[in-house]
Design a protein around this ligand. Structure first.
Ligand code: ZN
Length: 419
């Protein structure tokens, strides 16, 4: 860590976190964001954990952390006080006394891409990940305009600088095609009708609006004379909240004072964010071997790994959901997954899913809730450290070493049936 570099404020770190895990992505019932802390105070050390449990707070204060980031909220329901006579009140007092802030990224981190289930999928070696239950993509427009050849690159550059043309990891994406715009300068509507009756094409440009006042050679044309101009049609996607900025940039860069511009509001469709992930193992494997892979990839817990399905069944397509995932069984069936890895599976939902499946897929692999979400922390540490370095405000980020899975030991059932 570069000690000479100025420390960021808590507000700076929160701003970076909220670009990674936008609070607006959280489910309605959730409670995410800053729980306590002064946005103006400096942050040098950040501890990451799944739960804001007493052992984690103790670890944070012993390390003199300025901020603890947890996946699970400390408070999910409204409270009217935080006296130290309550466990959660004590946590808040300890944090405030220790000068340590607390921040939560919960369902907004679940649905993020990359998010909690991406991390689980990646430690299991899954590739080609898609959401198990996708959220709608962000509202998006498509902007279409028609530009003479010489100005095409300038207009695309201007739109890209205003936020257009971003598709996943790609920037400045645009589609173009060359065509011919045609117009008649200054004729009354009757003249236009006359042209149409002659079987000619209409007198409007490809965008449906003549540019007559601003076409080339305007001064040379006689009113009523037909003109054709070769132009390129440019299409670019724009986040809807950037529409005004993109259109302003387009108008500034376009060589015509009154350019033809169409804006289409794209229908909502599945985006990259959502709950759970589905991916593929490199090679088909038996359910038993896959369960062993899960056990080795995740931190150790008393529960270990529980499996529903014949051990010799072959699996390759895998659905995962960090945390409790039994509300996603319909999506699992619809995804064609051979096996579903999640946590907190209860008797009735699990039994019903397996009864319906007969001897076939989807099989179930149940792990400890804490273990299923723990892989996410390393990714947060890397991304947060990297982002703060880029800002010239480096911080030190550690993943908590405390196990916050509540279960501490497990016995085989009497007469234990062990496969
Ligand atoms: Zn959870």
């Amino acid at each position: 860590m570069t000690t000479e570099a100025p420390s960021p404020t808590l507000g700076d770190v929160v701003a970076v976190l909220e670009r990674m895990y936008d609070p607006s992505w959280a489910r309605d019932w959730d409670a995410v964001g800053l729980v306590c802390g002064d946005p103006d105070s400096p942050v040098r050390r950040v501890l990451l954990a799944v739960d804001p449990s007493p052992s984690v707070i103790e670890e944070a204060l012993a390390w003199r952390a300025d901020l603890v980031i947890t996946h699970h909220p400390l408070f999910l329901r409204p409270v009217h006080g935080i006296p130290t006579s309550t466990q959660k009140g004590r946590v808040v007092h300890q944090l405030v006394r220790g000068g340590c802030a607390l921040y939560t990224a919960h369902t907004n981190a679940d649905v993020a891409a990359p998010g909690v289930s991406d991390a689980l999928a990646r430690v299991l070696g899954l590739t080609d990940l898609v959401p198990l239950s996708a959220d709608d993509a962000d509202p998006t427009d498509k902007v279409v305009t028609f530009v003479p050849e010489a100005a095409v690159e300038k207009v695309i550059d201007a739109l890209a600088a205003a936020g257009a043309g971003e598709l996943g990891e790609y920037q400045r994406c645009a589609w173009t095609a060359t065509g011919t715009g045609t117009f008649v300068q200054g004729p009354p509507p009757a003249s236009l009708l006359g042209i149409a009756e002659e079987g000619e094409e209409g007198a409007t440009g490809p965008g449906g609006a003549p540019h007559k006042a601003h076409r080339p050679h305007e001064a040379d044309r006689e009113p009523g004379e037909r003109e054709s101009v070769e132009e390129r049609r440019i299409e670019m996607v724009v986040p809807r909240h950037r529409r005004s900025a993109a259109l302003a940039a387009l108008r500034l860069a376009h060589p015509y004072a009154d350019p033809s511009i169409d804006v289409y509001e794209l229908a909502p469709w599945s985006g990259p964010r959502g709950i759970g992930r589905v991916g593929t193992l490199g090679t088909p494997t038996s359910l038993r071997e896959f369960a062993m892979l899960v056990a080795e990839a995740l931190p150790g817990t008393a529960q270990g790994v529980r499996v529903a399905g014949e051990p010799t069944s072959v699996v390759q397509r895998v659905a995962v959901c960090g945390g409790a995932g039994d509300s996603l069984f319909d999506a699992v069936r619809g995804s064609g997954a051979d096996v579903f890895v999640t946590a907190d599976l209860r008797h009735h939902p699990a039994s019903e899913l397996r009864d319906r499946a007969g001897d076939g897929p989807p099989y179930l692999v149940d792990v400890a809730h804490w273990a299923s979400e723990w892989p996410w922390l390393a990714g947060v540490a890397n991304r947060l450290e990297g982002a703060m370095d880029e800002l010239g405000r480096p911080i030190e980020v550690h993943v908590s070493t405390r196990t916050t899975d509540p279960w501490t030991f497990r016995l085989p059932s009497p007469g234990g049936v062990v496969r």
